[in-house]
Design a protein around this ligand. Structure first.
Ligand code: TXA
Ligand code: MG
Length: 342
């Protein structure tokens, strides 16, 4: 973990909003940094925290004002609900109703990169905007020690979407967070790059089965192996996953997928020893490494493409394991632009 330095500024964390000239603090991932961040969150502030998947923009999920500030800072449409981050499954059971399937999934994959969409309990206490009017709530128990420490120190559930402006590329470093949100949030805890690099797998646990809403860090094969649960495919994005609009993770330059012969001048992103590029997701062809590198490489490719007025091309990535999620994100990055989302 890297350790940044904390400047001695005191931006008003809550209601007062940010004063002119006060930047976003970069906090170290140590006890003092986490205590400071927890104080900001308890006062209604916004703090970007590292998780094992991507950096999340965390706020007190029980505070309507704090949750409203998340939507405002990201420019996120109000119909797109947030994931609530919790310390453990016991806390999750207090907030929501857990079927035997939800129990099995949580037992196998929490803490870790899995989000469960389940019916909320009668006394969940979450701000209404967290669920954006849906009859379900998305819950996750993250594995990253700094996220876990912040959740524990804040002592409340944390709503946290990816810490990027709506529709743009997700952040896997504190620098990425600051590029997009500096000045709009109180602080970022800098714990270096995220180890998984791609967002959590989202599963909706329904009465008719478990549906994959977003492929992510945990693959359908792994879910089947560990729990015996066979996933239903994605369906009806408008109903089940309001955030999964087609265009997302959008670089500024046009992006083309599955390219084996890049046109002259293109910023080509390779994969594996047989398909090198001027950039690569993994020179060795390792899918976990490709997931870790994906968003950072897309950012660099986008800068170069803008400078050269070029397109970005990406070599074929195998559609197995975490490769399924990589292809999902690349397809969204390549899609024609629609209204932005998370
Ligand atoms: O790995 C992750 O999941 C990261 C880290 C920070 O935890 N978070 C993340 O949040 O990716 P976000 O907001 O960028 O993506 C959450 C997705 C959105 O597509 C949203 O629509 C969907 O989850 N979602 C949230 N609540 C839902 C619900 N009740 N039903 C269906 N989809 C939901
Ligand atoms: Mg997001």
């Amino acid at each position: 973990m890297t350790s940044g330095t904390s400047r001695q500024l005191h931006p008003p964390p809550g209601g007062g909003g940010k004063e002119k000239g006060h930047g976003t603090l970069r906090l170290p991932p140590d006890a003092a940094g986490i205590a400071r961040a927890a104080e900001m969150v308890r006062a209604g502030g916004l703090v970007a925290m590292p998780t094992e998947t991507v950096y999340g923009l965390a706020a007190d999920a029980t505070s309507p004002d704090a949750v409203a500030r998340i939507y405002a800072a990201k420019g996120r449409p109000s119909f797109n609900p947030l994931i609530v981050h919790l310390p453990d499954i016991e806390t999750a059971r207090h907030l929501a109703r857990f079927s035997p399937e939800a129990e099995a999934l949580a037992a196998s994959f929490w803490p870790g990169p899995l989000t469960l969409v389940v019916p909320p309990g009668p006394q969940h206490g979450l701000a209404p905007a967290v669920t954006a009017g849906l009859p379900t709530v998305a819950l996750r128990v993250p594995a990253h020690p700094v996220a876990r420490a912040l959740i524990a120190a804040a002592g409340r559930p944390l709503a946290a979407p990816s810490a990027n402006p709506s529709g743009r590329i997700s952040p896997t470093t504190a620098d990425h967070v600051l590029e997009g949100l500096s000045g709009r949030i109180e602080a970022v805890i800098d714990a270096g790059p995220c180890p998984v690099g791609i967002e959590s797998t989202i599963l909706a646990v329904t009465e008719t089965g478990v549906r994959l809403l977003r492929p992510g860090g945990i693959s359908p094969e792994t879910i089947r192996e560990k729990t015996g649960i066979e996933l239903l495919g994605p369906q009806g994005k408008a109903v089940l996953a309001p955030g999964m609009l087609h265009s997302h993770y959008a670089p500024h330059a046009p992006l083309r997928l599955d390219v084996t012969a890049p046109p002259p001048g293109a910023v080509h992103v390779g994969f594996g020893p047989d398909r090198p590029g001027e950039l690569t997701l993994s020179a060795e062809g390792d899918l976990a490494e490709a997931a870790r590198n994906l968003f950072a490489v897309l950012r660099v490719a986008d800068e170069r493409a803008a400078r050269r007025g070029a397109v970005i091309t990406v070599a074929p990535i195998p559609r197995r394991g975490v490769g399924i999620a990589i292809n999902d994100r690349l397809a969204r990055a390549a899609a024609p632009r629609e209204a932005p989302e998370s």
